[in-house]
Design a protein around this ligand. Sequence first.
Ligand SMILES: Cc1cc2nc3c(=O)[nH]c(=O)nc-3n(C[C@H](O)[C@H](O)[C@H](O)COP(=O)(O)O)c2cc1C
Length: 373
Amino acid sequence: MSHNSFGHLFRVTTFGESHGVALGCVVDGCPPRIALTAADIQRDLDRRRPGQSRFTTQRREPDEVRILSGTFTDVASGHEVTTGTPIALLIENVDQRSKDYSEIKDTYRPGHAAFAYDIKYGITDYRGGGRSSARETAARVAAGAIARKIVPDMNIRGALVQMGPHKIDRSRWDWAEVQNNPFFCPDARQAAFYEEYLDGVRKSGSSVGAVIEVIAEGVPPGLGAPVYGKLDADLAAAMMSINAVKGVEIGAGFAAAEMSGEDNADEMRMGNDGKPRFLSNNAGGILGGISTGQTVVARFAVKPTSSILTPRKSVDRYGREIDVSTKGRHDPCVGIRAVPVGEAMMACVIADHFLRHRGQVGESVTWPFEQPR
Ligand SMILES: Cc1cc2nc3c(=O)[nH]c(=O)nc-3n(C[C@H](O)[C@H](O)[C@H](O)COP(=O)(O)O)c2cc1C
């Protein structure tokens, strides 16, 4: 299978299957002399790790990362730093229970990838979804932890803003709350409601979808490569490549279609710091495919988990009609664990564009320009 790499100058290749020996990634193009230890990566992996609450799959994976190459001790500081060579990261699979899947090995779970893999490749690793499993997203999160270190003073954060039809109240948004509940939800009151709501969904053997918002603060202006490497286009592709994602918005997104020109265009004034000040951010920090220096805002919709206990109509590999229900361990709302994955994809795309911008343009433009006399 081809196309397991993404990015240009910060290039990530992931490998591994859900129930294989291990999964991981190779990050090529990371600049040298950036401080990096396994602990830096582990912090992010721990936020994605399964089995942390009753609302995520009970698969017990420590997701312990090992750095196999690409770092060395800097003699001057004594710290482990990147060397500029490929960084290989390995995460072993330790809690595979492949027999959970043996009963459904010839069947297609509706909404899952096995049918599509079969008609394309003629073979599919049915154990936990093989390569189509979201186990693969652990490698993305590991790569994202490195990417976060490349752009100075950038801060990327994500939150769950809707579960099923239930949206948060944005006036109650508090970033500190995201760490206080198992949903990465910034609205404490809605998080308490989600607990009860998702318990009901889980007990009934069903599942629900979610909407995740990811923001990047401190993104330098000028990142993005029109016209086929626009920052928003690359972000949309990166978010859409996450398992179960079915929609992506930048800034006001689909709501922009309902706005008037007056309301949608972000008006500008000069700030006291000599930089432009935007009076709103419907563009999500990107104009013409290039970052403006405003916060970059992306939102993505995650479909409900397709592995559910309720029997569903399907067919098997031999063209027979069957009913399928799944016994394995599954998240009732996969959108929850997609939050750190969305953050990682944002970090990888912006790091890649940061290096591409530096490669093509070099020194930043000094703005405002001097007026010709
Ligand atoms: C963090 C995360 C965990 C997931 N866990 C499951 C799961 O336990 N069961 C399942 O059926 N799908 C799960 N998925 C979704 C499937 O991987 C995905 O729906 C499937 O591969 C089909 O691909 P598509 O939905 O992108 O078309 C998960 C997705 C994410 C982002």
